[in-house]
Write a protein of this length. Structure first.
Length: 324
């Protein structure tokens, strides 16, 4: 392997820069050329790239976002788009790629490596944590801390005004962020896509909270929640049915994707990306790397993309007990 390419794709996540840095530095250490592609697969299709040496990634370990930018490429979904990308990689002598991103990135990587003779290793980077081949994705820990900080602040004002807050957090189709921040911030209820709580149970639970003497409440709602209403409809429904409650809604949105990565995310990114480069140099290909039981492990893309990525529903029970 003479040249390794690196890119970040899909929704950005804090720690992606630490990951790029680790790829570039590991390449420099092992005397391999490193090329960064801008805007994920789209940059590969357009040949939009830069050479990354050890110094080009100085002082980025602490910054959020991604210096290589990120995007979701429609063109890469087509064989013609992927062919263009492969042609550019060949022209640049790139024989292996480190793809940093989430499930869409891994799907793209899998099909690309089947069609073209380019070794690919996926590194999980998304705030959603919805990848089966790792216990943690890069950016998830930072997002949890951002959300906790926001909920704590909302709790202050909820308590001063005796209000009920619905707080929507990200996670697309997975409830990791909602579940863990819900428990961590002591929410009264947590609504996640993996469990349909039902509107009646929600109303019952809120009535119980009130009866038990609580004057303010926090309900954390995952954006992909299965209850069948968005967070504003949910708030209206509760207002109609429980007029005693003064209800407010906060959608945390993209604030969850930014910020300086936590130490955990920086270390995770560093470990995974050094390993990704080493594996490529050892001839490994077409797998993802992840942290499983605190060890870096390889998993096939197929396994890594399994639906069952290990959401811990036990946390719902814990939350029920603790919000008594
Ligand atoms: O996958 C990361 C994520 O932030 C999800 O949690 C969210 O559903 C989605 O991306 C938002 O995408 P966009 O930035 O395109 O609005």
């Amino acid at each position: 392997i003479r040249t390794i390419g690196v890119m970040t794709s899909g929704g950005d996540s804090p720690g992606m820069n630490a990951a790029i840095r680790a790829v570039a530095r590991a390449c420099a250490y092992y005397n391999v050329k490193c090329i960064g592609f801008y805007r994920g697969f789209q940059g590969m299709i357009e040949g939009d790239h830069c050479v990354l040496n050890a110094r080009s990634v100085r002082n980025i370990i602490s910054s959020g976002g991604t210096i290589l930018k990120s995007a979701r490429s429609e063109e890469f979904r087509t064989p013609a788009g992927r062919k263009k990308a492969a042609r550019h990689l060949k022209e640049l002598d790139v024989d292996a790629m480190v793809l940093i991103g989430g499930d869409g990135t891994f799907r793209g990587g899998q099909i690309f490596s089947e069609e073209h003779d380019i070794s690919v290793i996926g590194v999980p980077g998304t705030i959603d944590n919805d990848i089966a081949g790792t216990n943690y994705t890069i950016g998830y820990d930072t997002a949890l801390n951002t959300v906790i900080d926001a909920i704590d602040k909302i709790r202050d004002t909820a308590s001063s005004h005796d209000r009920l807050f619905f707080i929507e957090v990200m996670g697309r189709d997975s409830g990791f962020i909602a579940l863990n921040t819900g428990v961590g911030a002591g929410a009264e209820e947590i609504l996640i896509p993996e469990e349909d709580m039902g509107l009646d149970r929600l109303l019952e639970s809120l009535k119980r909270s009130k009866r038990s003497g609580k004057s303010s409440s926090i309900v954390v709602v995952s954006e992909g929640d299965k209850i069948g209403k968005n967070v504003f409809e949910l708030a209206d429904y509760v207002t109609e049915n429980l007029p005693d409650y003064d209800v407010r809604v906060t959608v945390l949105g993209h604030v969850q994707r930014g910020g300086s990565p936590t130490c955990f995310d920086r270390t995770l990114a560093s470990r995974l990306c050094v390993k990704a480069v080493e594996l490529l140099l050892d001839g490994e290909k077409n797998v993802m790397v992840g942290l499983l039981n605190n060890e870096i492990r390889m998993t096939s893309f197929e396994e890594g993309l399994k639906e069952d990525y290990g959401i811990n529903k036990e946390l719902l029970r814990i939350s029920d007990i603790l919000s008594t």
